[in-house]
Design a protein around this ligand. Structure first.
Ligand code: FDA
Length: 393
């Protein structure tokens, strides 16, 4: 029987960071992970450069059934704390856009940072370890694993969400929560591209590879970012962001002209270039390859703009500003960056992440019902929640 003060299940962002914090307090800590390698999502993240936090992170950037839950951890371990740690490790980084901080070199720098912090704190990290069962005992928890039996006082579950099963994602954390009587909220893929119905896909697939700035709105939330047409449907940051607010059956509203007034654009064209075709007028504001397909898709008349009736102009302008798109679905967990839902925050202390009714059992990171926007927010939640638990386990 291997005895530890703290066992952390999951050697991802939250688990490694929490382990290092607890180890630094003098606790004996072991992290167990079933994967061959630690931090696989970190290595894949940000196109290999890891968008490790966001300068403007605040509670409003997170979705949760209880939007107040994340406030305590985010305010006690902030983006500035993690940025200072990154700087302390001599990792060069830059802001790409909208406060998103990326490593200049490689996401591996962040995994190395976590492993160095764990090593400094005498944390043992064990990979290829299957957790076979978890039981509560008088002094804490008993774990049966492919690496032998463990006993610990505090058990931290940091097994993440369901996105990207190829990278080792499993529902383990939700199952442990349910085993100990905690409520788990329904989960769904988020930060994920949309798929389209066959009819839309057939026409819009021609636009594959084109990116345009849009306002994407759904359920009272709007993001202004780029939208990318793909062979399967719609992607790009605007679509990933709004996917977190979309539920099956909802219609998106896409303003394809976020920087122009579409009514004014057509009115001006009618007076200043009345003989120009509609396509010529739209070429001024959209990529050329997009215009003809868009005209065909919406069945607009590509005639000199003076021949369009006021009603037609209004309809075109309205569609440019509010193109209703009803996705068929999303690409699901296969390509989603995160999972919405998970361990109900009502079951946890927002200060310590411990289950309110199960002494010594903690949940941190993505397994909890706290989901960040695209842009480094999800890692910030992993650091902040991992830090909070790391102070007390
Ligand atoms: P994480 O998923 O990191 O770690 C969970 C660990 O638990 C894994 O090591 C897994 O192997 C292990 N595990 C699972 N089941 C287990 C079991 N049954 N037994 C033992 N171990 C088990 N976020 C962001 O802020 N900026 C970004 O740039 C990106 N980019 C990005 C790209 C891609 C491709 C993905 C899929 C995701 C992102 N994200 C992101 C999201 C971010 O990666 C994610 O929110 C965090 O990694 C969550 O950290 P956790 O530690 O909670 O889980």
């Amino acid at each position: 029987m291997i005895k530890r003060d703290v066992i952390v299940i999951g050697a991802g962002a939250a688990g490694l960071f929490c382990a290092a914090q607890a180890g630094a307090r003098g606790r004996s800590v072991e992290v167990l992970d079933h994967a061959k390698k630690v931090g696989r999502k970190i290595l894949m993240s940000g196109g290999g450069r890891c968008n490790f936090t966001n300068m403007y992170a605040e509670p409003a950037n997170f979705l949760s059934q209880n939007p107040h839950f994340c406030k305590s951890a985010l305010s006690r371990y902030t983006q500035w704390d993690f940025i200072a740690l990154v700087a302390e490790h001599g990792i060069a980084y830059h802001e790409k856009t909208l406060g998103q901080l990326f490593c200049d070199d490689s996401a591996k720098d962040i995994v190395d940072l976590l492993l160095k912090e764990c090593s400094k704190a005498h944390v043992t990290v064990t990979t290829r370890c299957e957790i076979l069962s978890v039981e509560k005992c008088e002094s804490g928890y008993l774990l049966s694993t492919s690496n032998g039996d463990y006993q610990c006082e505090s058990l931290v579950v940091a097994t993440g969400g369901l996105s990207m099963p190829k990278l080792g994602a499993t529902p383990f954390g939700y199952k442990i929560a349910q085993q100990f009587g905690l409520n788990v909220l329904p989960t769904r893929a988020a930060l994920v591209p949309f798929t389209l119905h066959e009819k839309d896909k057939a026409t819009l697939a021609e636009l594959s590879g084109i990116a345009v700035d849009v306002y994407a709105s759904c359920n009272d939330t709007t993001f202004k970012e780029a939208m990318l047409f793909t062979h399967r449907g719609l992607s790009g940051p605007a679509m990933l962001q709004i996917s977190s607010y979309w539920e099956a059956g909802d219609t998106l509203s896409i303003n394809t002209l976020p920087n122009d007034d579409s009514h004014e654009l057509l009115e001006t064209a009618r007076t200043s270039t009345p003989d120009a075709l509609l396509a010529t007028c739209l070429n001024k504001v959209f990529p050329k390859r997009m215009v003809q397909s868009f005209i065909d898709y919406h069945q607009w008349r590509n005639v000199p703009v003076k021949q369009l009736t006021h009603g037609e102009c209004d309809a075109i302008a309205n569609t440019l500003e509010n193109w209703p798109v009803k996705p068929n679905g999303t690409e699901g967990y296969r390509t989603a960056e995160v999972t919405i839902g998970g361990v109900d925050t009502n079951e946890l202390s927002s200060k310590t992440m411990m289950a309110k009714n199960v002494e010594g059992l903690y949940f941190i990171g993505e397994v909890v019902d706290v989901t960040g926007w695209l842009g480094g927010f999800n890692f910030q939640w992993a650091w902040s929640s991992g830090w909070a638990a790391g102070q007390v386990v």
